[in-house]
Design a protein around this ligand. Structure first.
Ligand SMILES: [Fe+2]
Length: 574
């Protein structure tokens, strides 16, 4: 039974292939097209998934899209009608596009894939919920999904048990926690649906001095855990911007322009909205706990990528355990939609051992064989050495210890926004100058952006106030007070870190690399940041990695068994 799940046409298009209930491949279109957050039809991603599974379009039993276009269109029309005549300019732009293209989704998908069978449609939040629960390690759990918006729903909760789930409570558009956060992303001069991470990273530099103002003027929290936004302050319903003039008045000026410097007010605003999101998410989670009676929680939807809020839910909401879908945003909708068809529509059983999840460490994308890599490197005129694993790891660790920045490319590409040791840039976390060096000389991005550690799972408690595994880098926890000075490159200004725990079963070579570094230096962690530069997607193929290596000040590149130093290259950028 082969099911293809698709998400597309909003942001982060992706494809996922499920065979007999097991996820065999998943990838985001941006990695192949090299357009960040690519929202076009994921034809490269589909091609890659089929190739990984060794099958063709004709082998597919079902194709499913992650949301329902007609319901979404209904929401658009109703919103325009309710707000008319306001929003006519946007109406004139948006509606014809829908009539021309998006309402013909079924035919368009069939045509793009050259697929003759029927196309199924799952609801947006059902896709998020299925992606959050079905791959989780839990037999039964509460489910909470929070995002910007799908069709109508922006927040939902319910329960999952075995091969079924139900969502029985929701908040509808235009009241949306995701859009509230995105409105601040916009107001702070960052890119919407893309730079929400920057707001989270900026927050610890500020004080939540506007928290009260936001809670009093922008969002009303209701008794049942739901919330209502003050729509006068937002323009996303029918306009071209996220915030309105009332919003500007409330915070004393227009939005920051991207080129303007970040001042204390911007930092305080980031801190304030972050605190509000944490409060609302905590409140909702507690509500979900009492309403469902389930002591385990599955989280999905784009807001579940807010790792600071996740860390607080884990520590404070009262659940025995939580699991977060690593591709919690819309890309993961492709996974959820495919699994929902298998379990809910076809009634196929779901098996779980109660311990491990079904995302396979997130390593669901393509891999490149040794000879493929060799061909690329030879073609580029690269100078390299081929080394056995022991030697490869020892050499890499020696370079890291001496301050080198290493591009590390191994095995299958990660699915989801984080690099988890297969398409990563690595460095020594003990160096005080490393955060600055990585931001400015390697990633070419804002100097305030924090970096995250990969730590040997069994040694996490020595360094962080958490013993909960965090394989997908989706939980933030405090760095132990005694260690804060020791690992400055991964300790944020508020003393926290966004942790990835690594064990040997999940990623053998990466685990052995960190263990060797620990044996050499006593430090069982590395800085792990995604293998890309500002405004580019994470690298996918060896060619992308080599180009990125040559364009930046990266010192060493390791692709599979091949070891390259920048000094060893005889010529500069291609
Ligand atoms: Fe979503």
């Amino acid at each position: 039974m082969l099911i293809l799940g698709l998400s597309a046409f909003y942001h982060d298009s992706a494809a996922c292939l499920v065979r007999d209930g097991r996820i065999v491949a998943a990838a985001q279109e941006e990695r192949f097209s090299r357009v960040k957050h690519d929202s076009s039809f994921p034809r490269h991603a589909v091609g890659a998934c089929l190739e990984i599974a060794g099958c063709s379009i004709d082998d597919l039993d079902h194709v499913v899209f992650y949301e329902k276009p007609f319901l979404k269109f209904e929401r658009l029309l109703e919103t325009y009608l309710r707000r008319a005549p306001r929003g006519f300019g946007s109406y004139r732009k948006v509606v014809p596009l829908w009539i021309k293209d998006k309402l013909w989704m079924k035919q368009s998908i069939q045509q793009q894939l050259n697929y003759k069978g029927d196309v199924l449609f799952s609801e947006h939040h059902e896709s998020h919920a299925a992606a959050a629960f079905f791959p989780s390690p839990f037999r039964s759990a509460a489910i909470l999904t929070v995002d910007g918006v799908g069709e109508w729903t922006t927040t939902a909760y319910g329960r999952g048990r075995d091969n079924d789930l139900t969502l029985n409570w929701e908040v509808q558009f235009p009241h949306s926690l995701g859009l509230l956060y995105t409105a601040f992303t916009y107001y702070l001069g960052f890119k919407v649906n893309s730079d929400e991470y920057k707001v989270m990273g900026l927050a610890p530099y500020g004080q939540p001095v506007y928290q009260k103002q936001i809670e009093e003027r922008l969002i009303k929290l209701n008794e049942d855990g739901s919330f209502t936004l003050n729509l006068d302050c937002f323009d996303y319903e029918t306009g071209f911007t996220m915030t309105s003039e009332s919003f500007d008045r409330l915070f004393g000026g227009p939005p920051r322009k991207p080129a303007e410097p970040l001042n204390q007010k911007h930092k305080d605003l980031a801190a304030s909205i972050q605190k509000v999101i944490e409060q609302v998410m905590l409140r909702l989670s507690r509500r979900v706990l009492t309403e469902t009676g389930e002591d385990r929680l599955c989280l999905g939807g784009g807001v579940a990528l807010n790792c600071v809020a996740n860390g607080r839910i884990l520590r404070e909401a009262g659940f025995r355990d939580i699991w977060i879908q690593p591709a919690a945003g819309d890309a993961g909708g492709a996974v959820g939609a495919a699994l929902a068809v298998y379990h809910r529509l076809l009634g196929q059983p779901r098996e779980t051992d109660g311990l491990s999840d079904a995302m396979q460490g997130g390593y669901l994308g393509p891999r490149f064989g040794k000879e493929d890599v060799r061909r690329v490197l030879d073609g580029a005129g690269a100078q390299y050495e081929e080394l056995p694993e022991d030697e490869l790891i020892r050499r890499t660790c020696r370079e890291l210890e001496s301050g080198a920045v290493v591009g590390w490319f191994q095995g299958r590409m990660e699915f989801g926004p984080r690099a988890l040791g297969n398409r990563s840039i690595l460095a020594d976390p003990r160096r005080p100058d490393m955060q600055r060096k990585l931001n400015l000389r390697i990633k070419f991005r804002e100097s305030f952006r924090p970096f995250a550690p990969s730590v040997l799972e069994e040694r996490q408690p020595e360094f962080f106030e958490s013993d909960h595994p965090s394989a997908y880098m989706l939980l933030v926890a405090p760095v132990s007070a005694s260690q804060r000075g020791c690992i400055p490159a991964v300790t944020h200004v508020d003393g926290s870190a966004r942790i990835q725990t690594v064990n040997e079963q999940q990623n053998g070579r990466y685990y052995r690399l960190i263990r060797t570094f620990a044996n050499m230096t006593g430090c069982p962690l590395l800085v792990n940041t995604s293998f890309n530069v500002r405004n580019e997607p994470i690298v996918c193929a060896p060619r992308d990695a080599y180009n990125c290596f040559m364009r930046t000040n990266m010192d060493v590149l390791v692709i599979e068994d091949f070891f390259l130093t920048k000094k060893g290259q005889t010529w500069e950028r291609p």
